[in-house]
Design a protein around this ligand. Structure first.
Ligand SMILES: Cc1cc2nc3c(=O)[nH]c(=O)nc-3n(C[C@H](O)[C@H](O)[C@H](O)COP(=O)(O)OP(=O)(O)OC[C@H]3O[C@@H](n4cnc5c(N)ncnc54)[C@H](O)[C@@H]3O)c2cc1C
Length: 332
């Protein structure tokens, strides 16, 4: 038994691989999961409880989201308010290292422009490099809660492509301080985000796709999509990307629906449509169990169809619902 356990821990996962190498070496569609850092104050054990059942399905890698600080107003005893900065979900880089260490699986930290100056970005990348993490998903991030539109930090990056260029520079041994001698090169594999239903700020799809192509031309190794619930959206997006010369793998992002509230929250938050069939069937559901059952069946149908289409990876946003994702992956 002990020998078997040692074998499993050594050979179950092949760590220290780039996402792009996982994809190139795969013989079938891969599985990956995305998680959020726990809320500040909750221990990392809450994350392990979430991940434990999912690890059975041998994901090739785990993505960990990044959450910037927010300004909130806290009421004081005298009735006035204090404006304070809070960071609700810190720890992305450390969580990646902890997951690698505990489960022997590759991790992909998300790195955003928002809230970062270029020096802080460089420090974060150096930390990841020291931790042995060679993957990063490069994003702009959304506007802070108190901003009407995205504002970069003074001297920070305005678009994901600018952050990507900084990662590329480090991959070439180019640091901010130009007089450094004998610099070491990082070797980050870089993912970027794509939007089958268009990024909400883009004036039109063609424009958004040109900016996506700009990220790929600047060195992105692959694209992960925003969630979608109608596979036709992915198929059309993929064809449109190929038509303008984007050749890198396009990984579909998939999320379970499990509450009626999501029918209004998801379109509002993520600027996506829910297909009429899903919305109609869900509004007819009488119990929480029947909603969850429908959400599971929908996700399974999407996953099977995408797998048949030949997608490189099925990437699941597990966010608080590992059981639905487990049931779907088990049934694939
Ligand atoms: C898979 C995935 C994971 C995510 N994870 C996180 C996370 O962990 N943390 C987080 O805070 N957010 C996350 N997000 C949300 C993301 O940060 C937002 O959607 C954000 O609004 C855009 O990020 P982006 O990297 O796509 O930005 P960009 O690629 O910079 O695009 C932003 C907008 O600007 C336009 N644009 C791009 N380049 C240019 C240019 N050179 N000139 C003019 N316009 C341009 C684009 O068309 C688009 O409308 C994630 C999104 C996805 C799809």
């Amino acid at each position: 038994m002990l020998i078997y356990r040692a074998y499993v821990s050594l050979h179950l996962f092949k760590t220290k691989m780039k996402v792009i190498d996982h994809i190139h070496q795969a013989k079938d569609t891969l599985i990956s999961f995305e998680i959020l850092p726990p809320l500040k104050g909750r221990g990392i054990h809450t994350l392990y409880q979430h991940l434990d059942p999912l690890m059975e399905y041998k994901p090739s890698y785990i993505n960990v989201t990044y959450h910037r600080s927010e300004h909130v107003y806290k009421k004081k005893a005298d009735g006035t308010f204090d404006k304070v900065v809070v960071r609700k979900r810190p720890g992305t880089e450390a969580i990646c290292a902890a997951i690698m260490n505990k489960y022997n699986v590759d991790t992909v930290p998300h790195l955003i422009c928002g809230g970062f100056g270029i020096n802080e970005t460089e420090d974060a990348l150096i930390n990841l490099h020291y931790l042995g993490i060679d993957n990063v998903l490069v994003l702009r991030g959304d506007a802070a809660k108190n901003e009407t539109s995205f504002e970069p930090e003074p001297g920070g990056h305005k678009y994901a492509v600018d952050l990507l260029k900084q990662v590329n520079n480090l991959n070439s041994g180019i640091y901010i301080e130009q007089d450094l001698k004998n610099t070491s090169q990082t070797k980050f594999c870089i993912g970027v985000a794509g939007y089958p239903e268009k990024h909400f700020e883009a004036p039109n799809m063609a424009n958004d796709l040109q900016y996506l192509k700009q990220k790929v031309d600047a060195g992105a190794d692959y694209i992960v999509t925003q969630m979608f619930f109608d596979n036709e959206k992915y198929f059309t997006f993929e064809k449109a990307c190929r038509a303008i010369g984007i050749t890198v793998p396009i990984i579909p992002g998939l999320k379970p629906v499990y509450t009626k509230k999501q029918l209004t929250v998801l379109p509002k938050t993520f600027h996506i449509d829910l297909p009429a069939e899903l919305a109609n069937e869900m509004s007819k559901c009488q119990t929480d169990e029947s909603v969850e059952q429908l959400g599971t069946e929908w996700l399974l149908h999407q996953s099977k169809e995408l797998k048949k289409w030949g997608v490189p990876v099925l990437h699941y946003y597990t966010l608080g619902k590992p059981d639905i994702v487990s049931n779907v992956v088990k049934a694939l």
